[in-house]
Design a protein around this ligand. Structure first.
Ligand SMILES: [Mn+2]
Length: 438
């Protein structure tokens, strides 16, 4: 039995609460007459009713979040506008280009998938949404995706076998007709005016790759919680993503809270990118499987080959952060992560890859396939050496020159090259902040 009020109180003390702004604004759902236009002939009630949690079923079992709560919420709840109040006064070009939204999923819950789509339709200027492309990565029930094509602008492509999110996104991008791509996870809720700031930034400079601040939707009670606006994407040498504070010098220099935040890496689940730039830079490494590591590969590639990455504080998207993956990895979770991150390290990190192997000794000797094509791409694009990234983009990830030997496996050697000076004594690979996009 769930005690929702207790969960609410628990979350009220959560560290995210400290970053809440001192104002409350609620995004109102559209009126009933608008709903009919949004959803066309789609029968929402029947779609949701066909997949109900049975009494006695564990609501966390299939999706690693509380399905009962998600189903109970409905598809168009109001969420708080979590932006800084100054964001509401910004204006955007009236002739912004439209975007193709690409959402990949594998056995997503119907209620979260539908809420993702409806939030996009409700909170985006209709002229900016060219289409919503769903890539069903071989889910058990093809109707999860297929029925949603009754909603205007929604298309569905189904993979004939499990491909993973990387190849699925490439498939979506290859079929997209708009000049701008928006990748979105399948359990999100976009917030007020989420899209315009991102498209504006990409329109001004097509080499920018931009992401929103990713707010937190509680996996227990689906409360919508504002994330801190002072974070950027970082990582340690084992290529574990983490959110980290903006360096103090940069923070001091920020006079305008609506300004873009430069970020060494993006979390990877939600971002906007010019389609030609995506194709020019070689899309994704399609030899990466299922999930994980692709955000490093893309981030290194963007920075080293002439682009930039930023987080836009005036764009907010909520995401259900989970503690585990609810689906199987055919090769196993750890092996897949190692294969993917090893490919990223081997292609992009030059001599710095030794620190990756020191921090992740189990990666040594694991198969990662051929990287010939990706090395050829790197040469063709004339990308900078990783040293440039270390010096110009992420100097906080300092290398320790004398520490190159590989620790014996099973030992709990301490990382002397942790990026957190005050956390020097934590074991290698320790997660400072566990909210990874799953
Ligand atoms: Mn996710």
């Amino acid at each position: 039995m769930l005690h929702i009020n207790n969960y609410g109180r628990k979350y009220a003390r959560d560290s995210f609460e400290s970053s809440f702004h001192h104002f409350v604004q609620v995004t109102q759902p559209p009126r009933a007459e608008q709903q009919g236009q949004l959803l066309g002939s789609f029968d929402e009630k029947a779609y949701l009713a066909a997949k109900q949690l049975k009494p006695g079923d564990d609501p966390y079992k299939d999706h690693a979040f509380n399905l009962q709560e998600s189903d109970r919420l409905g598809s168009e709840r109001a969420i708080r506008d979590t932006r800084h109040y100054r964001c509401a006064a910004l204006t955007y070009d009236t002739d912004l280009p439209s975007t193709s939204i690409v959402i990949t999923f594998h056995n997503e819950a119907r209620s979260t998938l539908l809420r993702t789509i409806k939030s996009v339709l409700m909170r985006s200027p209709p002229s900016l949404i060219q289409e919503i492309i769903l890539i069903d990565d071989f889910s058990s029930d093809p109707e999860d995706c297929q029925l949603l094509t009754q909603i205007p602008k929604v298309r569905c492509l189904r993979n004939g076998r499990r491909e993973g999110l990387i190849r699925s996104r490439v498939r979506g991008a290859n079929t997209a007709s708009a000049s701008i791509l928006t990748f979105l996870d399948s359990h999100c809720e976009v917030n007020t005016d989420w899209l315009q700031p991102m498209i504006q930034r990409v329109k001004e400079d097509h080499t920018r790759v931009v992401s929103p601040i990713i707010d937190v939707i509680s996996l227990d009670n689906f409360a919508y919680l504002a994330a801190s606006a002072d974070l950027r994407g970082g990582f340690d040498w084992s290529l574990h993503f983490k959110w980290e504070q903006i360096p103090i010098e940069q923070k001091m220099a920020r006079s305008d809270p609506t300004q873009a935040i430069r970020t060494p890496v993006i979390a990877g689940g939600i971002f906007v990118m010019d389609r030609s730039w995506f194709n020019h830079l070689g899309q994704y490494d399609t030899h990466m499987d299922i999930w994980g590591g692709e955000n490093f590969e893309l981030s290194f590639r963007v920075w080293l080959c002439g682009g930039s990455l930023e987080i836009l504080p005036c764009s907010r998207v909520g995401h259900v952060f989970r503690k585990r993956h609810p689906y199987d990895f055919p090769e196993g979770n750890a092996l897949t992560y190692i294969k993917n991150t090893r490919r990223a390290a081997e292609v992009w990190m030059d001599e710095y890859k030794q620190y990756y192997y020191s921090a992740r000794p189990s990666a040594q000797g694991k198969a990662f396939g051929s990287i010939t094509d990706r090395l050829a791409l790197r040469r063709k694009l004339n990308c900078k050496p990783f040293r440039w990234y270390m010096e110009n983009v992420y100097p906080e990830l300092r290398s320790v020159k004398h520490k190159t030997s590989i620790p014996p496996s099973g030992s709990h050697k301490l990382c002397t090259f942790t990026t957190f000076p005050n956390n020097k004594n934590l074991p290698c690979g320790y997660l400072y902040y566990t909210k990874v996009m799953k």
